[in-house]
Design a protein around this ligand. Structure first.
Ligand code: DGY
Length: 323
């Protein structure tokens, strides 16, 4: 029997690519240059499985291409707002993602950004790199203490809960959260977490606000000018979710005019483009979407995709099916 044909849109960890090559008739992307819409359409017509990632925009146009051969889209990523999920469903396609395996590493990056922002780490590093540091001073780069402060999480899924654990058990932080539904009582008890009735309530009480909701139309600009104005002037905003959850222009204004003290961002509206307004600010910590970027996690993400498509081609239900 012929091996199923699989198209991988970006370069993956070598050990996962080797496994894919052993099992499938695979088209890898050695150059790692993102595929164009036309190339993605062609892949839809020539492959049995398309394995995109969060940087590939899998639009209705691509999904509705005539003479489609693809039956399963195995996304390399937990977030799948890069895929027009309604069209995928209407077209009878199976879509899978990679949950669980990136929870801790993404929570680590959220915690890292929280600490960087609170302790003004980027400003300190710039001082050294620009050879401007003249020595210790009692009043230099004074930040905010993290231990014992209040962390407010918007969205309270796996990554938010993992961050809350690190913050509560590691840094003695008080945990507030806002989410459409409450997690099991044992989790609430373990974290002594308090559920807020509104985003507004959380924003006005927290010293640190971390975003953990999915991207997409429903959450676009959830954090806007009006909501930023509710935050404390000493508060910090952390975003490791999706860039478009925050109105960048409003955040730049908030940071410039001191409505809030700082922000730590791993994701950006329209990334990899970054609003130049962020680049002139001292009080923003910027990372290039590193949430899941550890060797262990990226290999595990690849293996998760592999398990999903293997199940599909064996006629079984893939574990991480989202439609
Ligand atoms: C995801 O998986 O959704 C992250 O943004 C990249 O790992």
């Amino acid at each position: 029997m012929n091996k199923p044909k699989v198209v991988v849109t970006r370069k993956w960890p070598a050990e996962v690519e080797a496994q894919l090559s052993a099992l499938y008739d695979v088209q890898l992307n050695e150059s790692d240059i993102p595929m164009t819409a036309d190339e993605l359409k062609q892949a839809m017509q020539t492959a049995d499985a398309l394995l995109p990632t969060v940087t590939d925009s899998i639009t209705a146009d691509i999904l509705s291409i005539e003479d489609k051969r693809v039956k399963i889209i195995g996304n390399f990523g937990v977030g799948y707002n890069n895929i027009d999920i309604h069209t995928a469903k209407a077209q009878g396609l199976v879509v899978t993602n990679t949950p669980h395996v990136l929870t801790d590493c993404t929570a680590d990056i959220a915690m890292l950004l929280l600490l960087m922002s609170a302790r003004r780490a980027p400003e300190g590093e710039r001082l050294i790199l620009n050879q401007e540091w003249t020595g210790w001073k009692p009043t230099q780069l004074i930040g905010h203490k993290v231990t014992g402060k209040t962390l407010g999480l918007i969205g309270f899924g796996r990554i938010a809960q993992a961050m809350a654990k690190k913050a509560h058990h590691g840094f003695g932080m008080k945990i507030l959260f806002y989410a459409p539904s409450s997690p099991p009582q044992n989790i609430i008890n373990d974290l002594q977490a308090i559920r807020c009735d509104s985003i507004e309530e959380l924003l006005s009480e927290a010293n640190f606000v971390s975003l953990h909701c999915p991207g997409g139309e429903a959450t676009r600009h959830l954090i806007n000018e009006k909501r930023l104005k509710l935050m404390r002037p000493s508060a910090h905003l952390i975003n490791t979710a999706r860039g478009d959850v925050v109105d960048s222009k409003a955040l730049i204004k908030a940071l410039k005019e001191g409505w809030i003290a700082g922000a730590g961002l791993d994701v950006f509206e329209g990334e990899p483009h970054i609003d130049p307004g962020f680049l002139d600010l001292n009080n923003v910590s910027l990372l290039p979407h590193l949430g899941s970027a550890t060797e262990e996690t990226r290999v595990a993400m690849g293996n998760r995709v592999l398990a999903n498509i293997s199940a599909f081609f064996a006629g079984e239900e893939p574990k991480d099916r989202v439609v």
